[in-house]
Design a protein around this ligand. Structure first.
Ligand code: GLU
Length: 432
């Protein structure tokens, strides 16, 4: 049997990380089995559907590297099909008109289905005595449209979130009434936040777009979502998409809810960033910085590569370049009050900054090694403890108490800006 799966989002919200993971599990499963991944847009709720959400979902799937083999199909363009199958049920006497809607009175019985993850699930149909098939506005309900589409699209495996597990028995009786054969069902557990409640806004970003914009790398994000509720065994953590596809096994997905752990995602993303070639990282960073207006479009590529090499091991997400390293691109650098109070406002600091400025301005070669030698020479001559000079200089150059290695920072800033910033810091100190 060839594998055919579908991802069936409703464009009633942005792409949630839980849906993204459902999409990925379908994608891995399809690609692992050289099957077909179908994208179906369930847009029959006209009041809540919105083209902006559809765009967000498409952009999110593209970011995740998912390219449907078939579709997108839109349920709103398939209304004739649902009509046709409703007519069949009406003619067979299985469905009836009721207050403008078409409903399906469910025969009393017990239904059982085998879920790939949860095993046999048995439900009494008395829980749902009637199912609405078509609403009075002429649009199909989710359960009805879903069954018609899954059957007509030849879906072999329905892989969806646990939140739909109560719908499956309802869909089962419709499959039977319509004479369709059943797909395999696999309900994957929800993603929960740190407090184990369903992942929601309160626990941070829930939409893929927010992670994309913060500068999580697609590969790292996909890798992280894959590990939420599934693991290939053997403690493997870093797995690029192709490996995930090779190793993915639906039957080993865990049954219990998966906890979203931002620190783990950050760690994983940092690992991917460390492995990104410097020229590529420079491009990714430059794209953000030019968009922000901190870098001109004709920026110096060699210099940006120096920047990338300087910050590479310190970045967890790309936005850290703006949040923690904005001093590389702003003149004067943004000074943090606390850092200034703690390290700059000390007796005699202004004079030392000016002394260092003089020495550095005489250097013919301005790299990490030469600036370090010159700075340490001054420290030795003045019988200072090195941190008595290093800390204030760091704040003068970066505005912060924590930064990449100081002499690396000097080399990247270059002589003119280092000299300018030391003078500037000395001036603010003199003024207050
Ligand atoms: N449109 C439904 C949802 O977004 C699809 C559920 C399913 O996969 O059957 O939850």
């Amino acid at each position: 049997m060839s594998v055919r799966v579908r991802f069936a989002p409703s464009p009633t919200g942005t792409l949630h990380v839980g849906s993204a993971r459902t999409a990925l599990f379908n994608w891995f499963f399809a690609k692992h089995h050289r099957g077909t991944f179908i994208l179906r847009i369930e847009d029959t709720d006209q009041k809540r559907s919105n083209p902006a959400f559809l765009e967000d979902i498409s952009a999110g799937l593209a970011f995740l590297g998912i390219t449907p083999d078939e579709g997108p199909f839109f349920q709103s363009q398939r209304l004739a099909l649902y009509q046709e199958h409703v007519q069949r049920l009406l003619q067979a006497g299985k469905a009836i008109h009721q207050e403008g809607a078409v409903v399906f009175p469910v025969p009393h019985r017990q239904v059982t289905f085998t879920d790939l993850l949860h095993g046999d699930i048995t439900v009494q149909t008395t829980l749902f005595p009637t199912l609405v098939l078509m609403k009075s506005d002429g649009l199909p309900t989710y359960n009805f449209a879903c069954v018609v589409d899954d059957a007509l699209m030849g879906i072999s495996h329905v892989i969806r979130g646990d939140d739909h597990i109560a719908n499956t028995p309802k869909q089962l009786v419709l499959y039977e009434a319509l004479g369709f054969s059943l797909p395999v069902f696999a309900h994957i557990p929800l993603i929960v936040g740190a407090d184990r409640s369903r992942l929601s806004k309160r626990q941070g970003a829930t939409s893929v777009t927010e992670y994309r914009q913060a500068g999580y790398l697609a590969e790292a994000f996909v890798n992280y979502l894959a590990l939420l509720g599934w693991a290939p065994g053997g403690n493997r953590e870093l797995m690029p998409p192709q490996e995930l596809i090779e190793l993915f096994d639906l039957s080993t997905v865990r049954k219990t809810a998966a906890q979203f752990d931002l620190r783990k995602l950050d760690w994983l993303n940092g690992q991917y960033l460390k492995r990104t070639p410097v020229p590529r990282l420079a491009e990714l960073l430059a794209a953000r910085l030019t968009a922000k207006g901190w870098l001109s479009a004709d920026y110096d590529r060699t210099w940006m590569e120096q920047v990338a090499a300087l910050v590479q091991d310190r970045l967890k997400v790309l936005e850290d370049i703006e949040d923690q390293h904005g001093f590389l691109f702003q003149e004067p650098p943004p000074y943090q009050d606390e850092a200034v109070a703690q390290f700059l406002r000390r007796d005699g600091i202004a004079a030392r900054l000016l002394e260092l400025k003089e020495r550095l301005s005489r250097l013919a070669v301005f790299d990490a090694a030469t600036t370090e030698v010159a700075t340490r020479a001054l420290i030795a001559e003045r019988h200072l403890d090195s941190k008595e000079l290093i800390h204030p200089v760091r704040v003068a150059l970066t505005g912060r108490a924590v930064s990449p290695p100081l002499f690396g920072v000097m080399a990247v800033l270059g002589k003119a800006r280092v000299v300018q910033r030391l003078a500037y810091a000395a001036t603010i100190l003199a003024k207050t």
